[in-house]
Design a protein around this ligand. Structure first.
Ligand code: GDP
Ligand code: MN
Length: 379
């Protein structure tokens, strides 16, 4: 789960990390009031959205009087950044940057440990640095049974700074960031950039955190910050109805019984050159109501051009499934072509029931895949 910069900064502050003073605002008037309240000469107005790259998108702007702050807030509120509409801005104390550093702790799958990532080339181009000059990014695996010892924090600090006074400032930042990472069950805690100001103090001017969804039950205060995207809302609704559903953005809607078969169906669609719209496991029954709910879910996705139903009849018999489908499609009104593949117990009977209806009955998994991909390209 992601949180906004202002929320991450408030968690950072509670762990003694050096963040700037800031106020979150929803209107240009609020932004001006915040600027006055903070009593700042220079302030930065920043879009609060669940994505990075705000600076490059024009979502971070410096202002040094009320009029400028108002103009920036007006320009940034309502802006679209990578598909997210800005409904809040952060007005925060601007700092005089001497240099920008990158620092993060994440869970490294390879070592199965928390890992510290550091770079002297922090700032808005870190993705490019990672791609083109990966040697500029230091990685330190942290032994979770030992944690962030003083020794390790110093070793890390020396990777970023040469000057002893700066190293001394950085050590508690490493220790506190690690403490927060562990205690809050984060999967990522990132400061980019961590800046050295012209006055010689270290400041975290950006903050990013993501949390392990499976541990949110331990952190009701964080769980409360959840702001689902339209997709996540749909996935939750599906879960409440007993489906496992993941949107994938393609044009072939899939309705499958069993997670393994659903995975194989997506692989097959890809293999034949198509794009699955989703992963959907409807579970084991042929219950028409369940099929209706699943179809509603698929048809609500405007990218879906074809629906591919792939059912393996084990205990659920194919003729029952076929009857269930006919029943369900009395309720569902759609012009979208539906390809169906039924196999397993009573498959011949099942297919016979569907012959001559508006279902496009496939004879094998490969046939179904080809048909669905072809139809998705015709339309
Ligand atoms: P991101 O692009 O979404 O990662 O947003 P950041 O919060 O990292 O801001 C992007 C860039 O804006 C930073 O790398 C800085 O160069 C600049 N910036 C942000 N805050 C300040 C500030 O207080 N003073 C100055 N001078 N620049 C800032
Ligand atoms: Mn940043």
């Amino acid at each position: 789960m992601k949180v906004h910069e202002y929320q991450a900064k408030s968690i950072f502050a509670s762990y003694g990390l050096p963040v700037d003073r800031n106020i979150v605002c929803r209107t240009p008037d609020e932004a001006v009031a915040a600027y006055k309240q903070l009593g700042l000469a220079k302030a930065v107005v920043k879009a609060q959205v669940h994505t990075g790259g705000r600076g490059k998108a024009g979502g971070v702007k410096l202002g040094s009087n009320e009029e400028e702050i108002r103009q920036h807030a007006e320009a940034i509120l309502g802006m679209d950044i990578k598909g997210f509409t800005v409904d809040r801005v952060l007005v925060s104390e601007a700092v005089n940057i001497a240099s920008e550093y990158y620092m993060s702790i994440l869970v490294d799958r390879k070592s199965k440990c928390p890992m510290l990532m550091l770079s002297r080339a922090g700032g808005m181009d870190i993705e490019q640095v990672a791609k083109e000059t990966p040697e500029k990014i230091e990685k330190i695996v942290i032994d979770p049974t030992i944690g962030m010892s003083d020794f390790l924090a110093r070793e890390a600090a020396f990777k970023l700074f040469d000057n002893m006074a700066q190293v001394k400032q950085a050590v508690p930042i490493f220790k506190n960031l690690y403490k927060l990472f562990v205690e809050k069950d984060a999967s990522l805690a990132e400061i980019n950039p961590l800046v050295m100001t012209q006055e010689g103090t270290l400041k975290a001017i950006d903050a990013k955190m993501t949390f392990d969804d499976n541990a949110l039950f331990r952190h009701p205060d964080i769980a409360e910050l959840f702001e689902p995207t339209a997709e996540e809302k749909k996935e939750r609704e599906a879960k409440d109805k007993g489906f496992s559903y993941v949107n994938l953005g393609g044009s072939i809607g899939c309705m499958v019984n069993g997670a393994g078969l659903a995975m194989a169906t997506m692989d097959m669609i890809k293999l034949y050159g198509g794009e699955p719209a989703n992963f959907l496991d409807i579970g084991g029954s042929s219950n028409p109501e369940k099929i209706v709910e699943a179809m509603k879910l698929l048809l609500a996705d405007k990218h879906v051009k074809v629906v591919l139903i792939n059912i393996f009849g084990g205990i659920t018999r194919c003729d029952d499934v076929a009857k269930g489908l006919l029943e369900a499609f009395k309720v569902i009104q759609t012009d979208i072509p539906i390809v169906i593949r039924l196999t397993g117990t009573n498959e011949a009977e099942g297919r016979a029931i569907l012959e001559g209806t508006h279902f496009n009955v496939a004879t094998s998994m490969a046939d179904a895949g080809h048909k669905a991909v072809e139809l998705s390209k015709q339309l």
